[in-house]
Ligand binder design. Structure first.
Ligand code: SF4
Ligand code: SF4
Length: 386
């Protein structure tokens, strides 16, 4: 099938799905998305601009922008249950807390959030009741989003929640059972995160080790708000899982390395490096590899999306990437302000060694990253073929 035909068919399917969703009762019928946005100073034009940008982020043709807008408008038809496990709540906070809310955070507010401990009014027994009520009422329909690592096995008791003192693992298993789709939000839920870092005293594991259901990982410490909202929109548009890489990360968000789209990449290729933080080369915006940047080993779209309403991102601010969207990065990517050197690590490179010394970086890192691209392509295509 030609690409245009494939897109045409996809467009028709998504339109039909959105029309059907629009007929369903809204879970917060008192809210109108455009009114909510306008009350915060966003015009229809801002919203359409945002829809165009989200469409490009989701790697869809520009013609899908009106559908992305409609997907946001019907987002209140889709019940969402968001659980907190062992975590700092940074993923929620990064999305919800801002003195000038973005369109992403307002859309997240508009989504039918049936349960989210950080933003709901209920507490204690009532909160627990609300959770189980939502899970029963919307069985088979709700999207489950889980933030945080989860103590497992004989260590499950390290995380107990609510009046019945159920373990986090128990709550996650119950909620996962009848969910329509399941997302692990943040690196802790996707890969265990800092809770699972050596020596992992609570035997924390990712959500995918707690449930046998398929889990889509949205890692990052924290993940960008667009990667969280984008996954919800993708699900509303297509009702199916996006293409995933070997670590179950959506390839539209995690298909490229930080290094591939970095604004300092030209400096790397030219062998121009910051030698010490604050030196003359730092002022000139040279590459941060020698002061520990892990961008060559990290798959994420931060350089495209940035943070704080697209203001900046770590490398633009002058610190290297620490590899926060890779499995076990706390153990494998440190020391964070030095190159990895000869260290063997088990992230996307499956135990391949990195460069030998910073001085031979040009040849060796370019070789290692080329291997990385190939390794990622192979594992991604293997995964996609499943
Ligand atoms: S090593 Fe880091 S700072 Fe340098 S080009 Fe790659 S991602 Fe950018
Ligand atoms: S630049 Fe690297 S460490 Fe920073 S948020 Fe992006 S993936 Fe995480």
């Amino acid at each position: 099938m030609k690409i245009q035909d494939a897109n045409g068919e996809l467009f028709k399917q998504a339109s039909k799905r959105l029309d059907e969703l629009a007929k369903l009762p809204a879970h917060n019928a008192d809210k109108d998305l455009m009114q909510e946005l306008e009350s915060r100073g966003f015009s229809r034009r801002d919203f359409m601009k945002w829809s165009g940008m989200m469409t490009a982020t989701l790697a869809l043709p520009a013609s899908f922008a009106p559908l992305t807008a409609k997907a946001a408008e019907v987002a209140n038809r889709l019940p969402v249950v968001w659980l907190h496990m062992a975590e700092c709540t940074g993923c929620s906070e990064s999305l919800l807390r801002s003195d000038a809310p973005s369109i992403d955070s307002l859309i997240f507010d508009y989504i039918s959030l049936e349960y989210h401990e950080t933003v709901m009014a209920a507490a204690g027994w009532q909160a627990e009741q609300n959770l189980h009520h939502a899970i029963e009422k919307y069985a088979g329909e709700y999207i489950l989003m889980v933030e945080g690592g989860i103590p497992k096995g004989s260590s499950e008791f390290y995380l107990t929640i609510g009046g019945h003192a159920r373990t986090g693992a128990e709550e996650a298993r119950i909620a996962a059972k009848n969910a329509k789709a399941i997302f692990a939000i943040g690196t802790c839920s996707s890969f265990g995160g800092i809770q699972a870092a050596h020596p992992n005293p609570t035997n924390a594991v990712p959500l995918s080790e707690i449930t046998s259901r398929n889990v889509i990982n949205v890692p990052g410490c924290p993940p960008s708000e667009k990667n969280i909202v984008g996954n919800v929109l993708h699900y509303i548009l297509f009702g199916s899982l996006p293409t995933l890489d070997a670590y179950n990360r959506p390839t539209w968000a995690y298909g490229l390395r930080i290094h591939d789209l970095c604004e300092r990449r030209g400096r790397f290729d030219a062998g121009q490096f910051v030698e010490h933080f604050g030196d003359e080369n730092a002022q000139k915006g040279y590459c941060l590899y020698k002061v520990g940047c892990k961008g060559p080993y990290t798959f994420n779209n931060c350089s495209k999306l940035r943070f704080n309403q697209h203001t900046s991102w770590p490398i633009q601010a002058g610190h290297g990437c620490i590899g926060c969207s890779e499995p076990h990065f706390w153990d494998t990517m440190n020391p964070f302000e030095e190159p990895i050197g000869n260290k063997l690590y088990a992230t996307s490179f499956n135990g391949l060694g990195a460069d030998k010394t910073a001085d031979t970086i040009g040849a060796v890192v370019l070789g290692a990253t080329a291997i990385g691209i190939a390794a990622h392509a192979i594992i991604s295509s293997t995964q996609n073929a499943k």
